[in-house]
Design a binder for this molecule. Structure first.
Ligand code: PLP
Length: 386
């Protein structure tokens, strides 16, 4: 018999993948589907990074690599975080993981025992509740409100935090695009201090900020010792398929996670790590080049919004999505997404996949080349106002 451990991960049984799978199946059957679903770039990895990957593989970095990550890459990530936070980070503060998703799993493993309450902010990245359940902890969602730009509110956090172990935050946020401001971050820090929480700060979109400023949570006074920062090159360097991320935090936590990695992933391929080192050393220009189209397409959506009154949105301050409020169409997010796919062959994600605070919304990923993107949003808005 198979265990029940995995079937329980998704809770309500569908975190949006059914629509995604349907869109992919329609595409495979030859229908011209315009996909604005998952957060994956329309461009590939920078050729110079690929050249380095190839060179490293040819040079023989194809065997087992050090489980915690190769020393120069751990140092480069530590330098990246040190510069961003003004705090001391060394290689002992960093574990290299196969992507941000594995880093999220590891961070919750370090913070939570089975049965512990683990807080997350709603709307959230669709895998979060399942990731928390995968370590045996209990996800507790704390909703945010559009009226305050989906910024987490201290009073709501404090009300949910009693007895909890960890708090997962994500700024710039998927799906809302909110970038947490200083007052929000200070409120989170007060709650974390008062309730002695680990803060797991998912900063995978840190290089994609259009308004405001990204403040790493570990930069806040007194917070570095209780923060596990999750990072990744998936979004910043269009390296989604290379599976390269990290957890950064206090050395005692990282030591434990090295033991976890020894018994699970056994590390990340050496040639991928060499390419990641090259990417980080190449400076912020590559990430800025990757980010630029998302700002342009975000502004294309805002221009469409300004021409009608049915759909609305809080302008995203970062990341690679726009979350549209579709409630004035009379449809749910899922109903809108399903009908749009059938009527217009445009695929977007139902807001309901991202938590109850995203119900009545759809998430549009800014991930098609400009001409196709323009066509897709033209069809989406025409469908909505029909
Ligand atoms: N965190 C957030 C908020 C995301 O949106 C994603 C991917 O979409 C991830 C983490 C995981 O990214 P990866 O595992 O590719 O690094």
């Amino acid at each position: 018999k198979l265990s029940r451990q995995i079937t329980g991960l998704t809770g309500n049984g569908d975190d949006g993948w059914s629509l995604f799978s349907r869109a992919r199946a329609m595409k495979a059957a030859g229908l011209p589907i315009l996909e604005l679903t998952i957060g994956e770039h329309d461009t590939g990895t920078d050729p110079a990074i690929l050249d380095e990957m190839h060179r490293a593989a040819r040079a023989g970095h194809t065997g087992y690599a050090a489980v915690p990550g190769i020393a120069p890459l751990r140092r480069a990530v530590a330098e990246h975080l040190g510069a961003a936070t003004g705090r001391a980070f060394g290689p002992e503060n960093v574990l290299i993981t196969p992507g941000g998703q594995a880093a999220l799993f590891a961070a919750h493993h370090a913070a939570c025992d089975p049965g512990d309450h683990a807080l997350l902010i709603d709307p959230y990245y669709a895998t979060y509740p399942g990731t928390i359940r995968a370590v045996g902890a209990v996800p507790v969602a704390v909703p945010t409100r559009a009226e305050v730009g989906f910024q987490p509110e201290e009073a709501r956090l404090a009300a949910a935090a009693e007895g909890a172990t960890s708090l997962l935050i994500n700024s710039p946020n998927n799906p809302t695009g909110a970038v947490y401001d200083e007052a929000t971050l200070a409120g989170i820090a007060r709650v974390a201090e008062a309730q002695d929480l680990w803060v797991i700060s998912d900063e995978v979109y840190d290089s994609q900020v259009w308004q405001g400023r990204h403040v790493p949570f570990a930069a806040l006074p007194g917070m570095a010792d209780r923060t596990l920062t999750v990072g990744s090159l998936s979004k910043s360097h269009a390296m989604t398929g290379s599976r390269l991320g990290w957890v950064a935090g206090p050395p005692e936590a990282i030591e434990r996670l090295i033991t976890l990695a020894t018994h699970t992933t056994y590390g990340v391929p050496g040639y991928i790590q060499e390419a990641a080192l090259f990417a980080l050393r190449s400076g912020p220009e590559t990430a800025a080049r990757v980010a630029a189209p998302f700002l342009r397409r975000r502004d294309m959506v805002l221009a469409c919004l300004a021409r009608q009154q049915v759909l609305s949105a809080i302008p995203p301050q970062g990341a690679m999505y726009v979350m549209l409020d579709v409630r004035r169409t009379g449809m749910t997010g899922r109903g809108f997404a399903e009908a749009l796919l059938d009527a217009e062959h445009v695929a977007v994600m139902p807001g309901e996949s991202f938590g109850s605070a995203a119900a009545g919304h759809v998430r549009v990923a800014l991930t098609l080349p400009d001409p196709e993107f323009a066509e897709a949003i033209d069809r989406l808005f025409a469908f909505a106002v029909r």
